[in-house]
Design a protein around this ligand. Structure first.
Ligand SMILES: Cc1cc2nc3c(=O)[nH]c(=O)nc-3n(C[C@H](O)[C@H](O)[C@H](O)COP(=O)(O)OP(=O)(O)OC[C@H]3O[C@@H](n4cnc5c(N)ncnc54)[C@H](O)[C@@H]3O)c2cc1C
Length: 499
């Protein structure tokens, strides 16, 4: 069965995945962890194959990977997360960075029809945003490595059979990070189950690890810093453009259908002008996600080292996830009381909100990623002001030209709070640039393009206003908590990433 999937065209292959994914429509599929039989159906449709290299039985295709995550997320966002964790976080790092022996051991198992799962274990109860604080350790033993520690919030905590685990070693007075391929049966134990607010298809919990793995299971990566972790996470952050695009296409469709069908008095909800404004904001979010997804498909490459795409990926993740949460919020407001019901027959708004909410938090919280984006740009000014840099930088220059807005408010000394806000403005400029590019390359309808750009411009005006608000001194009240000094840099920015 899976062999036959290898020779299909992308369109035929994706049509098959979509047909299976439609059985999991979030309007009807129960809010429960995915049973193994259901995962077997999806595996049988080939969802894992694009991630696997051809020599291990896969389709080895960037575009197929993106389209799988998109079509599954359109049917059911939580299922999109399930699939994407398996493919982008569980299997891709092995396909990209593991040695031949480890690949041979693991990857062919995922090319068959067994419903196997793979996850990524980095976050710990004591550290999520600042991964340098991890306490899971590794030490060399005869023939391998012993890894011990405690992780939490891993997607597929209870169910994944294979894990990529991050750990630290400080034995010889210098810090080293390592990434190891671990089988659950070797000593990966889930000791507590978490009940998430949304994304119920996926299981979460606290995991204790005490394993010895053979030497070949260490992933080749520079251990001196966290650049390997950043690369791994960049792939899943980039994939949020595909997931967000599928999700927002669905939300836009559902919100319009609800607003057309619901009578307020004698006229439909969609006849109310402010309701139309909310619908326009949802549609604008979908357009922005589609443009960012176009960038993911046509410029980025999940089959290559993602490090050079660092700034683009930070911008994609923050903008698209913010748009997902915002659109779900508007949709829920439009659905009124019915939008607050579990299992409402008229809409999926409540679930959409709960499922999307965490996207601005996981895989690197958006505030940190925005700060890092600013830091990335500041490190490349070469004598220019930040606004001058953005006017020159290919990722933002077209937007700066279109915007015709004074960005010199960015050129002051930036405290940490300003760096987060500036990073948002930079990400909006990137998004405007991509909407323009997408429109030019696809002949997109100007009725969609212009509002999307106007919404992003308004977001930038919002950042200007927030800078003014901060200048009033609202953060300066002495509450006894010492704030981080200006200029504290986050530690996960690749130094050599291409501009
Ligand atoms: C549903 C879900 C699925 C997940 N899946 C996985 C998985 O598969 N594997 C895995 O290893 N982990 C996973 N995680 C963990 C996730 O990546 C972390 O929760 C996330 O990175 C944030 O870490 P934290 O929870 O420790 O928050 P903290 O580090 O405590 O941060 C809390 C908040 O502090 C603020 N903050 C932090 N830094 C800054 C900054 N520089 N500027 C401004 N504000 C800041 C932000 O508001 C942030 O949300 C998952 C989490 C959830 C909820």
């Amino acid at each position: 069965m899976t062999k036959a999937l290898l020779s299909l065209s992308t369109d035929d292959f994706i049509a098959g995945v979509e047909a299976v994914a439609s059985k999991f429509d979030s309007a009807t599929y129960p809010q429960q962890n995915l049973p193994a039989d259901d995962w077997a159906l999806l595996v049988g449709s080939g969802v894992l194959l694009p991630t696997l290299p051809k020599e291990y039985g896969g389709r080895d295709s960037h575009i197929d990977m993106c389209r799988v995550s998109e079509v599954v997320s359109e049917q059911n966002l939580a299922l999109g997360v399930h699939v994407t964790v398996n493919t982008v976080l569980g299997l891709r790092p092995i396909a990209m960075w593991a040695g031949e022996e480890a690949k041979q051991e693991m990857l062919p198992l995922f090319a068959g029809s067994d419903p196997l799962m793979a996850g990524f274990a980095a976050t710990e109860p004591g550290c999520g945003s600042a991964m340098s604080g991890m306490t899971t350790t590794f030490e060399e033993t005869d023939g391998g490595y012993r890894i011990r520690g405690r992780k939490h919030w891993q997607a597929l905590s209870y169910s994944a059979h294979w894990w990529l685990v991050s750990a630290k070693n400080e034995d010889h007075g210098r810090r080293e990070y390592g990434f190891f391929l671990v089988k659950r049966s070797e000593g990966f134990r889930t000791v507590q189950r978490y009940e998430p607010l949304g994304l119920k298809v996926v299981d979460y919990g606290v995991n204790e690890i005490d394993v010895v793995v053979p030497r070949h299971r260490r992933i080749s990566a520079d251990g001196r810093n966290l650049s390997a972790m950043v690369e791994i996470l960049m792939a899943s952050r980039a994939m949020m453009a595909a997931m967000g695009c599928g999700f927002l296409r669905r939300i836009s469709r559902e919100a319009h259908a609800y607003a057309d069908g619901r009578l307020i008095g004698r006229a439909p909800l969609s006849a109310i002008r402010f309701a139309r404004y909310r619908l326009a904001m949802i549609d604008g979010s979908y357009t922005i996600a589609e443009a960012l997804n176009h960038y993911l498909r046509t410029v980025l490459d999940l089959k290559a080292d993602m490090t050079p795409a660092f700034p683009a990926v930070q911008a994609i993740k923050t903008v698209v996830t913010e748009r997902m949460v915002s659109a779900a919020n508007h949709y829920q407001q439009l659905a009124g009381g019915e939008g607050y019901r579990c299992g409402s027959p008229t809409n999926i708004a409540g679930q959409a909100f709960l499922d999307s909410r965490v996207f601005t938090i996981f895989d690197g919280n958006n505030d940190l990623l925005s700060q890092q984006l600013t830091e990335y740009c500041l490190a490349r000014l070469e004598g220019r002001s930040l606004s001058g840099f953005l006017a020159d930088w290919p990722l933002t220059a077209p937007a700066v030209r279109t915007l015709r807005q004074d960005l010199r408010f960015l050129d002051q000394e930036l405290g940490q709070e300003h760096m987060v806000l500036a990073g948002r403005a930079i990400a909006y400029l990137f998004a405007i640039t991509q909407v323009l590019k997408w429109a030019a390359e696809t002949n997109a309808d100007s009725g969609r393009v212009l509002p999307a750009i106007e919404f992003l411009k308004t977001d930038i005006v919002g950042v200007t206003t927030e800078f003014r608000l901060l200048a009033t001194g609202i953060l300066d009240a002495d509450d006894g908590v010492p704030a981080q000094s200006n200029g504290v840099l986050s530690q996960s920015i690749p130094l050599h990433a291409r501009t």
